[in-house]
Write a protein that binds this ligand. Structure first.
Ligand code: 5GP
Ligand code: ZN
Length: 111
């Protein structure tokens, strides 16, 4: 069972930031900073290397667009965009996702 697939299938509630046919963006359940958002493909793949090029290209376009919107809406001074692949690299949910982490100061997150 994959927690993000359950969210995509509306079996687990989430705060949706953006949705289209291929991609879902939600607020992280434990936000590192205000506005911390996760962007994922609706089709399950474990990590970026397993993602087809068309989906990956669309995903990064959505990440780019949302990062701009989130920065404008939150007034963040900077944005971290993060993608963990594999447990050793810090991945805890094995469904590909990008983190968008708004930054308000140099000390508000350990990224
Ligand atoms: P990872 O460590 O795999 O890169 O990031 C997984 C992220 O998913 C974590 O930041 C964690 O807080 C978030 N997360 C885990 N379970 C849930 C959930 O049920 N709902 C939401 N919205 N986020 C979750
Ligand atoms: Zn999944």
């Amino acid at each position: 069972m994959c927690v993000f697939c359950s969210i995509i299938n509306h079996e687990i509630p989430s705060k949706v930031v953006y949705e289209d046919d291929l991609v879902l963006a939600i607020l992280d359940i434990s936000q590192v900073t205000k506005g911390h958002t996760l962007v994922m493909p609706k089709k399950h793949v474990d990590n970026l290397m397993e993602c087809d090029d068309e989906t990956a290209a669309h995903l990064i376009q959505v990440v780019k667009r949302l990062a701009k919107q989130i920065q404008e809406r939150t007034g963040a001074l900077g944005i971290n965009i993060l993608n963990n692949n594999g447990e050793t690299a810090g991945q805890t949910v094995n469904h590909l996702h990008f983190h968008i982490i708004p930054r308000y100061s140099e000390n508000d997150a350990f990224v």
